[in-house]
Write a protein that binds this ligand. Structure first.
Ligand code: GLC
Ligand code: GLC
Length: 827
């Protein structure tokens, strides 16, 4: 399909669409784009992923254990299966998908608008306009598909609409593998046109799904293969082709949901049809109605359905969702000379941070929802971009994470959100993990000033009876590293540090072995300079916290140990022009000019200065100059150079990737902001911002043909210069990149930084900018901050409510909605 005139005419659009900033939407103007561009539905418990052609699936809380609808990953085409609607002209028998997939008819005026918590897909076909808005109402365990049909013909249109989705038998992993059982267990019920999916409800499950329709139905199907017909798939369903459902009832095989609605539309007439897919739980003792039957007790579900099919109910629910997002976005709003900064900071970046908070790394089009629960290090870092949006949920998350910490101070690497228990399959031993809890707690304290969290009593490994105050958990996390120092006094790396693929104790020679859980070495030699820097950061935060808690002994201890580690980095972690990355199991250097490949790595160059290491003695400056010289490219900063050209058994997974991809010299966007922050700490706003701009997805919109992923969210990786596809993004959405970039731009480049004692104003921004303004809610007051440049430097003079204030900290105003005017002159 050629680009529509609409997209060509947009001055600032990309090849596949444009930003509609006023409506906070990205508008995709053609369906056949390089990759499915997705969005998330749901805020709390019920979630869905939806592509621009209505592909995707839904789940309740846990993408693996409570999968509602089925989705087949890595399909051909990439994205097929989802929340489909088919339309049929009953006069001619012609039928089509208004979301283009799966029938792929040539549509007019195709647009997909991805907005905050909703997606609207609209198109026109032979004079029939269809627009479907998909969203999850706030605080409901259901999704709505709000279909509006308009007849633009000058004659009556006799239409059929069919809904279609495939149910998953709950456990997505089992559903995709255990066919000998699963082909026999599928069960449904039908009542009043509502399809109830109740597989395994007869035994240990107390939950079911339902699929309802606001209109009288002309038929239904609940067995997939009846709806499709023999040897047919999503693109040619027989029920749609012949214009009549089969009224099939699933016994085993593949439970399915399809309603058939007939509509007669006068010229110019519009009609709305609402489909509701929901999840419902019953108390164990009230599962059946009547109690001695096998029939689902539907009381709760029926009430919910009735409330949502009422005319106007969907619009009202949507208005609430919109208000919710507007309120969140209002927490921090910026106005800078750069449109890409404004749109990312004001709309998309906090939106993506919310997705990473909710979903961690579990479910996207690149994460199957089966493999990864919530990561300990990931979820703590995600808070950096989320804590200001919903501090109460951030607090609860911190306590959940701390409850999976082990008595050793170490941590399970992941936990399953449904059970909140540590994941035994992957276990612990990633020696950076525990310190991220400190980073997360520090961010929470700085944002909220809620010191009571440190006194919350939290168990270890979820064991009742083991509860200790959170503060003690942080002490143990700190001690974990002190008890695990290597030959140079640097932290032992364990299974890996932040870089999951630097597996220095693994030595794997067996195909398929997990690089992260295989350990052939005793682990007493390989050390990480990255963990050393993270330890310095954690120690610095802990010292600040202890000081404010009046614990002088601890303040001293943390300071002394952080300083000692900084000294160790200086002695054993400095390579002459940049920071070393690690020592391997034989004590050989990793990330040194002495190495044949992998001479310089990004992580310690960014993280040492970020933690304050090397700022005074020139090493940080030298390291960052080396980044600019050896690692920076026009598409972002690559992870290391030169790329590993072959497999090194002593290094692990990092050398398993072809050069330029992922951790082997890809642009791993997560760590680029560390360098931005480091540059900001050294006062170079031009460089910091330039690095920000290079990976900003909005700024890359025009490069759509090369970048290929969504221009409204960060991707985990952009292929590095060693890759044949240099500049191509992959693994969009679920990445620590979201939180760190948000943190870097708002707190270090724009420099509006919540701190223990107030709001620090320390911008380090491009010299060419005359200034910018920020509206920031902070501890119950709103700060309107006007930054004005009077000279090329970074020195700040503050005026608060008209009065000059020494230093650069705005003390918190009394809570209760006060509005504080701040002027910061920068020279
Ligand atoms: C992935 C992981 C994250 C890790 C990073 C680098 O994004 O989720 O935990 O730090 O890769 O390996
Ligand atoms: C692989 C990936 C890495 C990710 C890890 C998660 O190692 O390369 O990015 O963090 O898997 O287990």
């Amino acid at each position: 399909m050629p680009p529509t005139p609409d997209s060509v005419a947009r001055p600032h659009g990309g090849p596949f669409g444009y930003f509609d900033d006023a409506r906070r939407e990205y508008v995709i103007t053609r369906p056949d784009i390089p990759l499915p561009w997705i969005n998330y539905l749901g805020c709390r418990d019920y979630f869905g992923i939806i592509s621009h052609t209505a592909g995707g699936y839904s789940f309740y809380r846990d993408a693996r254990l409570r999968r509602l609808t089925r989705y087949r990953y890595n399909n051909a085409p990439f994205d097929v299966g989802g929340r489909y609607i088919y339309l049929r002209d009953d006069a001619t028998g012609e039928h089509w998908s208004p979301s283009w997939q799966p029938t792929q008819n040539e549509l007019e005026d195709f647009t997909c608008r991805h907005g905050l918590g909703y997606t609207t897909i609209a198109s026109r076909y032979r004079g029939v306009e269809a627009s479907t808005r998909y969203f999850v109402p706030l605080d409901e365990d259901l999704e709505l598909w709000q279909l509006t049909l308009t007849n633009r013909r000058d004659v009556v249109a006799e239409l059929s609409a069919f809904s279609a989705l495939e149910f998953c038998l709950w456990d997505a992993q089992d559903d995709a593998t255990n066919f000998q059982r699963n082909f026999s267990i599928g069960e449904v019920e039908l009542e009043d046109g509502v399809i109830y999916h109740k597989t395994e409800y007869r035994e240990r499950r107390n939950h079911f799904a339902y699929f309802a329709c606001s209109e009288e139905i002309a038929g239904f199907d609940t067995q997939r293969d009846a709806f499709f017909g023999p040897y047919r798939g999503w693109d040619r369903p027989l029920a749609v082709e012949r214009g009549q459902s089969f009224n099939s009832v699933a016994h085993g095989w593949a439970p399915f949901g399809s309603h058939h609605v007939r509509l007669r539309l006068a010229p110019g007439e519009s009609r709305q049809v609402v489909f509701i897919l929901g999840y419902c739980e019953n108390p164990n003792e009230a599962k059946f109605d009547p109690p001695d039957s096998q029939t689902i007790n539907k009381r709760k579900a029926k009430a919910t359905i009735a409330a949502h099919v009422r005319p106007g109910a969907a619009d009202a629910a949507f208005a609430k969702l919109e208000a919710y997002w507007l309120e969140r976005l209002a927490v921090c709003r910026v106005e800078t000379p750069d449109v890409h900064t404004n749109r990312m900071v004001n709309i998309w970046n906090p939106y993506q941070c919310t997705a990473t908070f909710n979903i961690s790394r579990s479910a996207s089009f690149y994460e199957s929802g089966i493999g990864r629960g919530l990561g300990f290090r990931d979820s703590n870092q995600d808070l950096l971009g989320f804590v200001h949006l919903e501090p109460a949920r951030a607090r609860a998350r911190l306590l959940d994470l701390a409850a999976t910490q082990l008595p050793s101070g170490g941590a399970y690497h992941q936990f399953q959100p449904l059970t909140k228990r540590g994941n035994n399959d992957i276990g612990g031993g990633f020696n950076d993990d525990p310190h991220w809890l400190t980073v997360g707690v520090a961010a929470y304290l700085k944002e909220t000033g809620d010191w009571s969290i440190l006194d919350e009593r939290v168990p270890y490994d979820n064991r009742p009876g083991s509860e200790e105050p959170l503060e003690r958990h942080l002490e143990r996390a700190f001690a974990y590293t002190l008890e695990r120092l290597g030959p140079h006094g640097l932290p032992l790396i364990g299974r890996a540090d932040w870089n999951d693929c630097l597996n220095l104790n693994c030595f794997s020679d067996t195909p398929g072995q997990s690089f992260q859980t295989t350990a052939n070495k005793d682990g007493n030699v390989a050390e990480s300079v990255f963990i050393a820097a993270l330890f310095v950061l954690a120690g610095t935060e802990l010292a600040e916290i202890a000081m404010r808690r009046g614990k002088a002994k601890y303040t001293e201890l943390y300071r002394a140990e952080a300083a000692r580690m900084a000294g160790t980095i200086r002695r054993h972690g400095w390579d002459g022009s940049w920071f070393l990355r690690a020592y391997d199991d034989s004590g050989a250097k990793v990330g040194s000019h002495e190495c044949a490949e992998g001479k310089i790595f990004i992580e310690p160059q960014g993280f040492c200065p970020l933690a304050g290491v090397g700022l005074a003695d020139g090493t940080a400056r030298s390291a960052l100059d080396a980044v600019a010289e050896y690692l920076a490219t026009e598409h972002g900063i690559v992870l290391q150079q030169p790329a590993y050209s072959k497999y090194y058994i002593q290094l692990g997974e990092i050398s398993s990737y072809p050069p330029g991809y992922k951790e082997n010299a890809g642009i791993f966007c997560h760590n680029n902001p560390w360098v931005m922050i480091a540059e900001a700490r050294l006062g170079d706003g031009d460089r910091a911002f330039e690095y920000y701009r290079r990976i900003n997805p909005s700024a890359r919109e025009a490069l759509g043909e090369k970048h290929r992923c969504e221009p409204y969210v960060y991707a985990q990786m952009i292929a590095g210069r060693d890759a044949p596809t240099f500049g191509e993004a992959k693994n969009s959405w679920l990445t620590g990149t979201a939180a760190w970039n948000y943190h870097a731009i708002t707190q270090w480049i724009l420099g509006i930084r919540p701190d223990y004692d107030g709001l620090v104003i320390a911008p380090v921004f491009p010299r060419a900018w005359p200034g910018f303004s920020v509206e920031r809610a902070f501890r119950g007051a709103t700060y309107h901050i006007e930054v004005v440049r009077h000279g090329p430097g970074n020195r700040v003079s503050l005026t608060v409510d008209g009065t000059p204030v020494p230093g650069n900290v705005v003390p918190p105003a009394p809570r209760g909605g006060a509005r504080v005017e701040v002027e910061a002159v920068v020279q």
